[in-house]
Design a protein around this ligand. Structure first.
Ligand SMILES: C[S@@+](CC[C@H](N)C(=O)[O-])C[C@H]1O[C@@H](n2cnc3c(N)ncnc32)[C@H](O)[C@@H]1O
Length: 304
């Protein structure tokens, strides 16, 4: 990363003594000013100094402010649990719109690797159509994640569809072959997941060679990030197939993960993928042929 120009640092100091510590993470005075505004808007004055010094060490702003918007939810963020990303929010929005437009009644949805709980809570608030009931269960192997998901459930209580759409969270492990009997649902229609998918070799690379940002490596949990193809096999073999779910949508980081999923399913399944708005492959989507969930095809940029 190029070093910061001394002139920029002096200019920032003239505006506010709180601004220079924000420059390494932001690289420009305009962006640093925006962060300073958020810090001043969201934190009491006696925390501003410590906030900019934490940011100087590249700690993500979401951990410092304690939250991240996800649609119209405000998701509480804490070290130890992954910060929700815009890419995830984007596919959740598209999924919720699709289900709502098609009035799929009484769906049971399981969100594996739920982290902060952002996906179930977003779906609960945005799946809306007449006479529908959605039961959404999120699970994660991490105690910290499930604790935070429960806090997010409580802090987003006032939402509009709380009466008809139910959410629950629990600890469970996708590598457990008996996981389906341990979930509080009788049948599963749709499985969603944003599993850990970054291969260890990429996790270790510098960002300019396609690796992970230093602040992510330093502050976000490895358990949430490092994975590659194994989690997809566990999701299919331990959850989707034994539960007889009719559809799934899994976030991916690489095309090879889409291909891997296709190869694990027989031809009673259709599989496609969805790109994000930055043009990168973002989800692998699957549905049982000749069922109501073949509407998932509409999320796909291509079928494989
Ligand atoms: C990429 S994060 C996704 C978090 C959240 N769904 C989101 O989109 O922000 C992956 C999550 O998978 C969880 N995880 C890792 N291994 C797991 C396993 N074997 N079983 C269940 N969850 C696991 C991690 O704790 C982490 O919360």
């Amino acid at each position: 990363m190029p070093r910061l120009d001394g002139k920029v640092v002096r200019q920032a100091k003239k505006i506010s003594a709180l601004l220079p510590p924000l420059l390494p993470a932001n690289r420009s005075i305009e962006r640093a000013l925006l962060e300073l505004k958020w810090i001043k808007d969201e934190l009491p004055k006696d925390q501003w100094h410590s906030a900019v010094n934490r940011r100087l060490k590249l700690e993500p702003l979401q951990y410092i402010l304690g939250n991240q918007p996800f649609g119209d939810l405000n998701i509480i963020c804490e070290q130890g649990v992954l910060i929700p990303r815009w890419e995830t929010e984007e596919w959740c929005t598209r999924l919720a719109d699709l289900i709502s437009e098609n009035a799929c009644k009484r769906l049971v949805i399981v969100d594996a690797c739920t982290g902060s709980g952002c996906i179930p809570l977003y779906l609960r608030d945005n799946l809306a159509s007449a006479d529908t009931i959605y039961n959404i269960c999120g699970f994660d192997i991490s105690k910290e994640a499930i604790h935070l998901a429960h806090r997010n459930l409580l802090s987003n209580r006032h939402r509009k569809f709380e009466e008809s759409n139910r959410v629950s969270f629990q600890i469970a492990d996708i590598s457990d072959a008996n996981i389906v009997c341990k979930l509080p649902v009788h049948k599963i229609d749709l499985v969603t997941a944003n599993p850990p998918y970054i291969p260890l070799s990429d996790y270790k690379k510098p960002v300019i060679r396609g690796g992970v940002e230093k602040s992510v490596r330093q502050y976000e949990p490895q358990l949430a990030l490092i994975g590659d193809v194994d989690p997809y096999k566990q999701l299919l073999c331990n959850l989707v197939k034994p539960s007889q779910a009719r559809g799934f949508i899994f976030e991916v980081g690489y095309y090879k993960q889409v291909d891997f999923v296709r190869k694990l399913l027989d031809r009673s399944w259709a599989v496609g993928y969805m790109n994000d708005s930055a043009g990168r492959v973002r989800c692998v989507v699957g549905w049982k042929l000749d069922t109501d969930l073949d509407i998932l095809e509409r999320l796909c940029d291509a079928i494989i």
